[in-house]
Design a binder for this molecule. Sequence first.
Ligand SMILES: Cc1cc2nc3c(=O)[nH]c(=O)nc-3n(C[C@H](O)[C@H](O)[C@H](O)COP(=O)(O)OP(=O)(O)OC[C@H]3O[C@@H](n4cnc5c(N)ncnc54)[C@H](O)[C@@H]3O)c2cc1C
Length: 345
Amino acid sequence: MPDMKQATDHLQPIDLPCQIGLYYPGRQGRVGVQDTPENPIIRAERLRLRRWLSTNIDIQWNKHVKSINHNDQGVQVFFQDGSSAKGDILVGADGINSVVREQLLQTPSSALLKTVPLAAIIGEVTLHGDAFKRQLELGHSAYIYVAPDLGCWMFGGLHHALPDGVSGKHYWMLMKPDPTVADPNHWLQTATQQEKLDYALALVAKLPPKFREIYEATPASGIKQESHVWRDLELESLPAGRVVLLGDAAHAMTPFRGEGGYNALIDSMKLAKILAGVDGSDIDAIKKAVEEYNKEMLERGVEAVRASRGEQSAQKTKSANAKVMSAGQEARVLPEREIVLTARG
Ligand SMILES: Cc1cc2nc3c(=O)[nH]c(=O)nc-3n(C[C@H](O)[C@H](O)[C@H](O)COP(=O)(O)OP(=O)(O)OC[C@H]3O[C@@H](n4cnc5c(N)ncnc54)[C@H](O)[C@@H]3O)c2cc1C
């Protein structure tokens, strides 16, 4: 495999460490986490990560799982295009709305996923030169600003830097507690991009200019059209057999601690290790291995789901000295520094 960090780094070609800035009430200045040799953080750009994960794998695209059949003798998967495949083990890594999970548990996703009572408006914008530099200064990779006085909190993130070295694609999420967010008549279900942008601009109007800038730079066309409802998933147990779940299929969580993809990677490494050497025809050995995997994976997953759900609401009540976590690390004071960008030819 190519080096993961180099191949997936969202800041490439800019030579800055991954850094997440946290601006929380009651704290002077900024705390945050930063990639260091002692405490490494890899912040991967999604497409680059997918390319890296595909190394030496002959992927068959557009195979949409429709249904599965499984028993102690084997497992068979049926795809939407009419084809099917047989095997010893099926790993359902098909995300929050997992069909494999629905089939395994014989329960629809709607009965298992919990709505997170948080309304969100999401925007995307490409920034150049000084505007780009100012976003990097708030947090090279991302930043969170919690504004309890305005009843909202915001996430600003760099999707990826552009090859010219002086521009980057950014995204932001502006969030407000809202128990009615999943209501089919909620205003965000039908609001236009311009209406959502106007609402966001009115909400952030009282913020210091440096935190308003990204909203003011976003055109209406950069606002996500569909309304977004956060959902998460806590499973108590899973049957141990030839069908296994990992990642969001097993423990979907809100992204507020940046742990969903991280836990999906841990799941896949633990599962690979546990299954290596197990005879595919020995159902007792498979059940024992999968039971061991499920136990650890669900305990770790549920803990991350709960911590992620509680993260932003906890910030409002946390004392100024309370421990703050991000990307698996404890936040520390991060002095703000001016960044100098160099254009590449
Ligand atoms: C805005 C946002 C920010 C995030 N930030 C972070 C972060 O900073 N750090 C972090 O660790 N995590 C983060 N996450 C979470 C992370 O993206 C997920 O936890 C991770 O992608 C889960 O991986 P997965 O492989 O389980 O599922 P997914 O990435 O959802 O992949 C599932 C795949 O299965 C495919 N699929 C679905 N149904 C079928 C079917 N029936 N048949 C065949 N294929 C199917 C889908 O097309 C998809 O390719 C974030 C999530 C969001 C939404």
